[in-house]
Design a protein around this ligand. Sequence first.
Ligand code: ATP
Length: 293
Amino acid sequence: RRPKNFRKWGSTGVIFGDVAGIEDAVEELQELVRYLKNPELFDKMGIKPPHGVLLEGPPGCGKTLVAKAIAGEAGVPFYQMAGSEFVEVLVGVGSARIRDLFKRAKVNKPSVIFIDEIDALATSPPVPVPVPRLVPRRAARQGIYNKSTNYLYNAATQERETTLNQLLIELDGFDTGKGVIFIGATNRMDLLDPALLRPGRFDRKIRIRAPNAKGRLDILKVHARKVKMSPTVDLSSYALNLPGWTGAKLAQLLQEAALVAVRRGHESILQSDMDDAVDRLTVGPKRVGIELG
Ligand code: ATP
């Protein structure tokens, strides 16, 4: 149940009750909420505050949703950016954005910083291109030639590294920002720069899995609350028969079913509307149109 003064808190508006099918992850993340609600208590008790959390898992399974729920449950501000928003060729822009993000979060602590697709910002550096000995003069003047390795780095690689370094500096200096939780999310763990995974940067790595049949049913139930569903619809048959469907796809299914129901003049979503919506999301509306027509 949503707490009474929920809206007033001006947080994300999402709570753990909106998240389904990933109970084990939610359980682990509860501690962050306890911390955000009362950082001083952790301090007083001598408990090391949680630092950073890395959420890893396939797209559309609830990483962003669960991060928002942490802030929503604690009623604290949520600062969200995507890793790709930091990747700039203009020198210094990415790192300035990182500094600004952490500064805002610290001013308004307790708070949550969430960086989605963190792999875009923190991928292992591409192998630099070796250059012949005579080429680098100009490159050296531009500061993109590394004399010790005799490698030429392109400007984008260099900028990406500067940005990543800024993030590492912010994460390492987190003690000054007590009360701020940093959450990163990725579906390409293999691409992450090892520097980011070094102990002390993320103290928790949590896997957000694609839902199983029970998880899919729970997700359907959560989203069915937001639409008008006929009680005759058997959601469990959809949960069983749609293996591989993510939370995002299941949410989309109910939205699509609601649209079909409206188009057909139904007052609530019927089984036939659901079936049609499944077809549309599986093969696309055009093919369904041809088959039906
Ligand atoms: P990406 O990696 O593409 O950013 P993500 O894992 O962050 O994906 P979300 O953005 O959290 O996925 O999910 C998109 C939407 O799908 C959510 O806003 C929600 O409506 C629905 N959804 C996804 N997972 C769940 C879930 N476990 N429970 C309830 N709804 C979910």
